[in-house]
Design a protein around this ligand. Structure first.
Ligand code: XMP
Length: 318
């Protein structure tokens, strides 16, 4: 008889056995379900010999850094360090507009930052939140869909990093990871969180990623999510976010013509993120969202709603 409590005990023992009494483990956390659950499991198993690293790449959403730090380091007691590498990432992204190039630059920079931390704490082991579907997909995924977008957090272990892998979630499906999280006392906000891509807001800002455009997108996205939650719709969708388009549009304010940024809103229903349907947010809710965004976010004069499903569109715009 299989129970999650028994799985926890077994997984903790397996980690303790693998790393011995003096092994040091390093792992990146993003605040997402998988890395959070894996980090809590490791810190229960080996305490402060697990070093969690949260890389602030400057591409996170409003308040995300504080929320993740408070939850993991404060409430869950994980030995967690936040490295503010935002200027390094933004510098590396200067002038980069091609979506795949953005991913490459961000992936490379992430590895450099992470590698420095692994050396600093003299880790011999690397925690990865690999799930069972990732394991299967990386073995059987030979089709062209594997290269539609390079997801840098899947199998992104740099070759020169001589670290042994620890993958305590590799036999679990997503819903089982959530269940495991609940058993470990991970708060509901983490367990039920929508996925957020590793390259962050960089792939939701079409065109140039600048501090100013990041600020505009962050503000619009925060309003969108706040109103989605207020309408009790956050848990009805698999993902919801704002996108900053690479063009400007004409508008009018008072007696003046304006020429400002356009925000697109996207919300999808999905079970596996391989296919997705656009979600019919009620008109009254959309109206409130759009009104608030154009009134409260300086530099935006138009909001559109994305009504395409996947396929033929993808969930992200880049
Ligand atoms: P698409 O846009 O391909 O996205 O329909 C499917 C899911 O994957 C996420 N996504 C990424 N996640 N790095 C990530 O960690 C990436 O480069 C990346 N690109 C897309 C997307 O948010 C959605 O959940």
């Amino acid at each position: 008889d299989w129970s999650m409590e028994a799985y926890v005990a077994e997984a903790m023992q397996a980690v303790q056995q693998q790393v011995g009494v003096s092994g040091v483990v390093v792992g990146a956390v993003s605040g997402g379900v998988d890395s959070t659950v894996a980090a809590v499991l490791l810190s229960k198993a080996i305490g402060a010999r697990f070093h969690a690293l949260f890389v602030d790449n400057g591409l996170l959403r409003q308040d995300e850094v504080d929320e993740v730090m408070q939850r993991l380091s404060g409430r869950l007691g994980v030995n967690l360090r936040c490295v503010d590498a935002s200027s390094r990432f933004l510098q590396a992204l200067q002038g980069v507009t091609d979506p795949e190039q953005k991913r490459k630059v961000i992936g490379r920079t992430f590895i450099e930052v992470f590698d420095a931390e692994a050396r600093r704490v003299q880790a011999q082991y690397l925690l990865q939140g690999t799930l069972y579907p990732d394991v299967i997909e990386s073995v059987s995924h030979k089709g062209p869909s594997a290269t539609i977008k390079t997801h840098h957090n899947v199998g992104g272990l740099p070759a020169q990093m001589q670290l042994q892998l620890i993958e305590p979630l590799r036999y679990l499906f997503k819903d089982e990871v959530r269940q495991l999280g609940r058993v470990l006392g991970v708060p509901a906000e983490s367990v039920g969180r929508h996925p957020f891509p590793g390259p962050g807001l960089a792939i939701r800002i079409l065109g140039d990623v600048t501090p100013h455009r990041l600020a505009v997108l962050r503000a619009a996205d925060a309003i969108f999510l706040e109103e989605l939650r207020a309408a009790d719709l956050y848990h009805c969708v698999g993902q919801a976010f704002a996108v900053l388009l690479p063009c400007k549009a004409v508008g009018v304010m008072g007696d003046c013509r304006t020429y400002e940024e356009v925000i697109a809103l996207r919300a999808v229903e999905t079970t596996d993120y391989m296919t997705a349907d656009w979600y019919p947010i009620p008109y009254a809710v959309l109206k409130r969202m759009a009104n608030r965004i154009v009134n409260e976010v300086r530099g935006v004069n138009r909001v559109v709603y994305d009504i395409t499903s996947k396929p033929p569109a993808t969930i992200e715009w880049e």
